[in-house]
Design a binder for this molecule. Structure first.
Ligand SMILES: Cc1cc2nc3c(=O)[nH]c(=O)nc-3n(C[C@H](O)[C@H](O)[C@H](O)COP(=O)(O)OP(=O)(O)OC[C@H]3O[C@@H](n4cnc5c(N)ncnc54)[C@H](O)[C@@H]3O)c2cc1C
Length: 430
């Protein structure tokens, strides 16, 4: 019997059947079988969701053999891929074609379908999350019918299906808008967090891609400004790169996390041991700058709120940490995206700020995450679908103006719940 667990190790499943199809027709056959036999099917991507969104308790489909790059459109504005392609492979292939994704999150281990399905995003005030870059897809519905969806065809399914939580069917192939490959100049610099917050609008508006990490128990934040440029690549030397990105951000940071888990009382002092090494500046291809390696495992919750509320909301989180004496050995990450029109996108209808809280794997997260969630609810916060949260259909339905529109399409495409699981029952009501 094959077992499955997610990257963080907090979600596990022992599916009754395990399939690794390599073609759309095999996918259709599995779905038709499940439909006729009244079984349930769940596709898993790379298992990088912290929630139980990908937990398969009956038939599990793994798309590791269904990740081919299919084609570049004649006008070179979009590409079509099989849904199991991993973002890292997609990026390399796009680069060889002289193309790039307009934006990315901070890792590329996910499959494209998994990333889209939970509303994965990066940062950049004028850039949307990944789902708004979708221009079409083929979806296998619960009865095995394959729907070709785009803004001109099966429009309603296309509209809501760009963030589908795996609840509408299986994404087979996906077409994505791409842009000509571009270079980024990255500047990473520690700043007092009070200065970051006092100048937040300037920082967000004067950089193409701005984000920062507040380091609890210190008054510091690490800021990251990435700007599009025409400069040739000037990456950090191999040793400097290894030192900053692998040793400091992963090995030394991981060691301090272990120590903090053993002796939580040391955490505030440990937080000051790893101050950033000062200003770092480099230039590289966009996809090499957006994403980095994450070797230290953690649990995460992330909320999207209206961008205008970010200062107040983060100050309340900082006060919470002080007032409750919380001992935190992971930074709080803050990012920004443009508004989009995807029904269950966390940025639907508003320019958004994202506040993400993390806890080292194996440490207690619930009191901290619940307290932060309570603050976020005061700002109409929407939880990332792939990251821990405590909401249910009742509360979520009022956070998304098009929630009901999504439910209607789901009722039509999967009336018997072939693609459901416990998580979807909780957030979608069945
Ligand atoms: C280290 C780390 C860093 C992260 N960084 C970011 C970040 O920068 N920004 C951000 O927004 N998120 C981030 N995430 C969250 C992550 O992007 C999402 O959880 C994403 O869904 C994971 O993709 P996956 O391929 O692992 O999918 P999984 O977690 O395996 O699955 C997610 C959902 O997609 C569905 N699915 C997968 N394939 C298909 C398909 N073909 N058809 C239909 N449904 C399908 C699954 O059924 C499930 O519902 C991060 C997570 C980790 C662990």
């Amino acid at each position: 019997m094959k077992r499955w667990k997610n990257w963080a190790g907090n979600q596990r499943a022992t599916p009754k059947a395990f399939h690794v199809p390599a073609s759309e027709s095999e996918l259709v056959a599995i779905v038709k079988f499940a439909h006729a036999a009244k079984r349930r099917v769940k596709v898993v991507g790379s298992g990088h969701s912290f929630t139980a969104v990908a937990v398969a308790d009956d038939i599990l489909i793994d798309l590791r053999n269904y990740g081919e790059f299919i084609e570049v459109s004649a006008d070179r504005t979009s590409v079509t891929v099989q849904s199991g392609i991993v973002l890292a492979d997609l990026n390399e292939r796009l680069h060889r074609e002289g193309l790039a994704m307009p934006n990315l999150g901070d890792v590329t281990y996910q499959t494209i379908a998994g990333a889209l399905s939970t509303s994965t995003h990066g940062t950049g005030q004028n850039r949307t999350g990944l789902a708004a870059q979708v221009v079409g897809f083929r979806l296998i519905a619960a009865d095995g019918d394959v729907l070709q969806c785009a803004s001109t065809e099966n429009q309603e399914v296309f509209h809501v299906g760009r963030v589908g939580l795996g609840a509408l069917g299986i994404l087979s192939t996906i077409s994505l808008r791409v842009v000509p490959a571009f270079q980024l100049q990255a500047i990473e610099q520690p700043m007092r967090v009070s200065d970051v917050l006092a100048n937040i609008n300037d920082l967000v508006e004067s950089n193409d891609f701005f984000e920062f990490y507040w380091i609890p128990h210190t008054g510091w934040a690490l800021t990251k400004r990435n700007n599009i440029c025409d400069l040739p690549s000037d990456p950090p030397r191999r040793f400097a790169h290894w030192w900053n990105k692998i040793f400091m951000e992963n090995i030394a940071f991981g060691a301090l996390c272990y120590l903090g888990r053993l002796r939580p009382g040391l955490i505030p002092r440990l937080a000051k041991v790893l101050p950033s090494s000062g200003r770092v500046e480099y230039v590289n291809a966009s996809y090499k700058i957006f994403a980095s390696k994450r070797l230290v495992r953690f649990y995460e919750m992330e909320y999207s709120i209206n961008r205008d509320s970010v200062r107040e909301a983060l100050e309340r989180v900082m006060k919470l940490v002080d007032d409750e004496g919380l001992l935190l050995n992971f930074p709080v990450e803050v990012r920004f995206t443009a508004s989009d029109d995807v029904s269950l996108s966390t940025s639907y209808g508003r320019s958004s700020a994202y506040i993400a809280v993390h806890v080292f794997k194996g440490m207690q997260y619930e009191p901290y995450f619940r307290a932060v969630e309570k603050i976020m609810m005061d700002y109409g916060g929407r939880p990332h679908w792939g990251k821990i949260h405590f909401q249910s259909a009742e509360s979520l339905s009022s956070l998304y103006p098009e929630y009901q529109r999504f439910i209607e399409v789901r009722n039509r495409l999967d009336p018997e719940g072939v693609f459901t699981n416990d998580y979807l029952r909780r957030v979608l009501g069945r």
